[in-house]
Design a protein around this ligand. Sequence first.
Ligand code: GMT
Length: 381
Amino acid sequence: MRIGIVCHPSVGGSGLVATELAHGLAKQGHEVHVISSEPPFKLSRQLAGIQFHLVEAIHYPLFQDPLYTFALTAKIVEVVEQFRLEVMHAHYSIPHSLCAYLASQITERPFPVVTTIHGTDVTVVGQDRPLYPLNRFSILNSTVVTTVSAFQRQHIQRHFQVTKAIEVIHNFIDLSVFHPQGADPGLRASLAAPEEKVVMHVSNFRPVKNTDTVLQSFALACAQVPAKLVLLGDGPDLEACQARCHQLGIADRVRFVGKVQQVERYLPAADCLLQPSYRESFCMVLLEAMACAVPTVSSNVDGIPEVVADGETGFTAAPDDVEALAAHLMRLLGDDALARRMGQAGRRRAASCFAAEEKVEQYLACYRRAIGQLAPDQGEV
Ligand code: GMT
């Protein structure tokens, strides 16, 4: 099949899922064309079958901004026509789904649009009143819509008042990349003393990640168990977070690593992952930790209960329940056998419920369905 994938290139989850999907499709022999404003950071250019197409901003003195959405729409038209693509898969509704739809109306070679809604595109960004009708339009006019959790499907159907079928395809993981022995040699020793536990948090440091609760619950836990908190990532709340560590008197116990490209080289060095997000349609990093056999302490919102098994692969609590989250941390950090058991259960769950092969097949079935729905007199393939 000749497939287009439009995605955000950033270190966020939707770009990651799109990239892994591109790899999985190419490994099966499909021709995959990835379209984005930058090469997604994990995209393999060596893999036969993958081509990357850069969306170049339109700079012309008359315009005050680079007209990204038009540049993207034009690029989709160009790539579809040049490579005779059969289907376009838009990851993240804004602006990709709408641009793909517009391109499908403009081109002389009509194609179906599969849209995957990832989360913030409709829960946070998409709550903005001006964007609501645009999001609803893209949902209604995509040939096939998928999303990453049953929670997210229900949210979309209720919030946008649509009865359209939406297929749930959970996110997935490459278990050979994320595995318990994958940490950089010597990393753990560089993060903490041998008698200290390592708590990790991976974040884009936006309010939705609830980093203040990370710090507060860690502060309570590390008063009881010797531990270091290792924060991976970068984002707007980072400076406030650093200041807060001083206020809480834990600055010497917290290590800010910054943005990392290969989180799989850090995660296995953790004794526990702490993610008390306010919103998460899925939460990729919880799955990544599970695949690395790292037990998790997280909030219990949105799609998270579909990812972790509470009491089996980790513990959950309400996002603002600092005491409960700290108690879960202390329990895990103070009981090595329990932590090991939960970590192993996480790895098993990642393998049985979230393996890449099955999800790639599900997406392929969506593409076939979408192509089948294109009227026979439209676009020969
Ligand atoms: O806002 C973010 O966290 C980034 C966003 C993204 O597009 O990368 O994450 C969303 O999509 C991920 C991939 O499907 C999910 O794992 C995240 O849970 C989801 N974030 C939220 O719903 C807040």
